[in-house]
Design a binder for this molecule. Structure first.
Ligand code: MF3
Ligand code: CO
Ligand code: CO
Length: 275
């Protein structure tokens, strides 16, 4: 499948879809507390999307080749679940670390973003893993500009994760996105600087590193969706949808409660004034 370059209209539509996806995370934030079930969080998100936003939850009934239809509106991945956790009757307790991953469709365009949440007092490890994974995502975003290579993103992420003794999940990656949920190119979260596809203005893709506190190997559960760490170590993930601009990048999945970029990073890069 070819890589689609987005035109000005596509980009405007993607800004809206991506902001709406981020606003679902803003909406659900005060509900992420000990005692709530992941199924209730999913129900609240689903209702907000349909009734408040007029968006469609992209995961619901999503069925890539070889998978059963995904049964819920969101993915909620707790502790050793790496990704694609199916919301259900699991009750959150103090110390749980979870990722909520939201993809909405608005007027045919997809916005995809996820954040980590920690219930009450997380362990030092859980907080550190979430923080380092956030830094990994941003180190990847900071590489995005015309002329850079996909391997620059992968190497930046892998180097930081491995320097902390953590590992990068290989089986899942970021992806092009637009009027299709998952399109080319694949955005690997590991690699070598200077290798891979050269970035061009108008590309839109996600960066969504999955970082394990232990080994990188995965185990897929019998539901055929839920992916856990094989060694039962904690895993963390953050995700933004990013546009390659003439001057660098624009992070599209932002809203009022989006955590700020780390020092030295920014949502939008622009040429410095040259006078
Ligand atoms: N939102 C996920 C991603 O970042 C994909 C979820 S597919 C689902 O690509 F079917 F599990 F929802
Ligand atoms: Co994604
Ligand atoms: Co996602």
């Amino acid at each position: 499948m070819a890589i689609t370059l987005k035109n000005a209209h596509d980009i405007e539509m993607m800004r809206v879809a991506c902001r709406l996806a981020s606003e679902v995370l803003d909406f659900i934030t005060p509900h992420v507390r000990a005692g709530v079930t992941t199924g209730e969080l999913d129900r609240l998100c689903h209702e907000y999307m349909v009734k408040e936003q007029g968006t469609v939850p992209a995961p619901l009934n999503y069925q890539p080749p070889g998978y059963p239809p995904y049964p819920k509106a969101t993915c909620i991945s707790v502790n050793d679940v790496i990704c694609h956790g199916i919301p259900g009757d699991k009750t959150l307790k103090n110390g749980d670390a979870l990722n909520i991953d939201i993809t909405v469709i608005k007027d045919g365009y997809f916005g995809d973003t996820s954040r980590m949440f920690i219930v009450g007092d997380g362990t030092i490890l859980a907080k550190r893993l979430a923080q380092v994974t956030y830094e990994c995502m941003w180190l990847g975003i900071n590489q995005v500009r015309p002329g850079a290579h996909l391997g620059d993103i992968g190497q930046a992420i892998q180097t930081h994760a491995e320097a902390q003794g953590y590992s990068v999940v290989r089986e899942y990656c970021g992806h092009g996105i637009g009027q299709v949920f998952h399109e080319d190119p694949q955005i690997l979260h590991y690699g070598r600087q200077g290798t891979g596809l050269e970035l061009q203005a108008g590309m839109i893709f996600t960066i969504e590193p999955m970082i394990n506190a232990g080994k990188r190997e995965i185990r897929t559960m019998p539901d055929q969706w839920t992916v856990k760490t094989r060694d039962r170590s904690l895993s963390a993930q953050w995700e933004h949808t990013v546009l390659v601009t003439e001057t660098g990048h624009e992070v599209l999945t932002r809203s009022a409660l989006t955590p700020p970029p780390p020092p030295g990073s920014s949502y939008v890069t622009s040429f410095a004034a040259s006078t």
